[in-house]
Design a binder for this molecule. Structure first.
Ligand code: PRP
Length: 225
């Protein structure tokens, strides 16, 4: 009998990992190690031919694009930013995006200091300084709105930027809103809703069609699609 081909799934630690576990269970897959406790980056599962890679959230599309993983789960935010480097399309990046998993839901918003009059600044056509990790999303949003912006790329703790005068506004993920509140920032625009997406390497889908399809179908029925 032909040996089963290994299926590799790339995930990031934290909320995406936790919320993916029930979907994996629906596909009959139990991850045997806890990435919060183990330093291992390749986790085994109860299925000898399925393994999980623990990677940085922003690296998930890269692993899947280059075939380091067959499948990955990543936020829509991360996927849009990654695709921007490939002309804006996930398929040009060699990725197939078959399913919105409706997990790790949050939104991406514009926020400013409570004492900054955003509406007037926009109305007057002022040039805004915007700090963000989500440069492609922010560029597209303000361009569509016709607002001139200077984008300042940061890699985290965006909330600090308006507090120390680095920027007038930030574009960042908001979930509970607690981080904004704790830093005296207010949400002034809701750019888009975010949830995690399943991405698949296009070549892997052809070569390992049956095993990958089984996982996609199990995930789809677990999320009611
Ligand atoms: C995100 C985001 C905010 C925070 C919002 O950061 O950048 O800082 O969550 O969540 P809240 O509205 O529930 O307070 P995350 O913890 O994902 O880490 P990051 O800074 O690496 O993006």
């Amino acid at each position: 009998m032909e040996a089963k081909q290994m299926i590799t799934l790339a995930l990031s630690k934290g909320r995406i990992f936790e919320e993916t576990l029930p979907l994996l269970r629906a596909a009959g897959i139990e991850v045997l190690e806890d990435p919060e406790k183990s330093r291992k980056l390749i986790l085994t599962t109860n299925q000898p031919d399925v393994r999980v890679l623990v990677v940085r959230a922003t690296d998930v599309p890269t692993y899947v694009q280059y075939g380091g993983a067959d499948l990955g789960i990543t936020g829509k935010d991360t996927l849009i930013e990654h695709a921007a480097d490939w002309g804006g399309s996930t398929s040009a990046a060699g990725l197939y995006q078959p399913l919105d998993l409706n997990i790790a839901k949050c939104r991406i918003s514009v926020a400013v200091r409570a004492d900054f009059d955003y509406a007037s600044a926009v109305k007057q056509g002022s040039r805004l300084k915007v700090a963000t990790k989500y440069v492609a999303i922010a560029r597209e949003f303000f361009a569509t709105k016709g607002v001139h912006v200077d984008l300042i790329k940061l890699y985290g703790s965006m909330e600090l930027a308006p507090l120390v005068g680095l920027s007038d506004a930030i574009v960042d993920l908001v979930s509970t809103g607690n981080t904004l509140k704790a830093n005296h920032l207010v949400e002034v625009e809701h750019i888009m809703d975010i949830s995690s997406q399943l991405v698949v390497n296009q070549a892997a889908l052809k070569l390992k069609q049956a095993s990958i399809r089984r996982i996609i179908d199990a995930f789809a029925s677990a999320v009611g699609k």
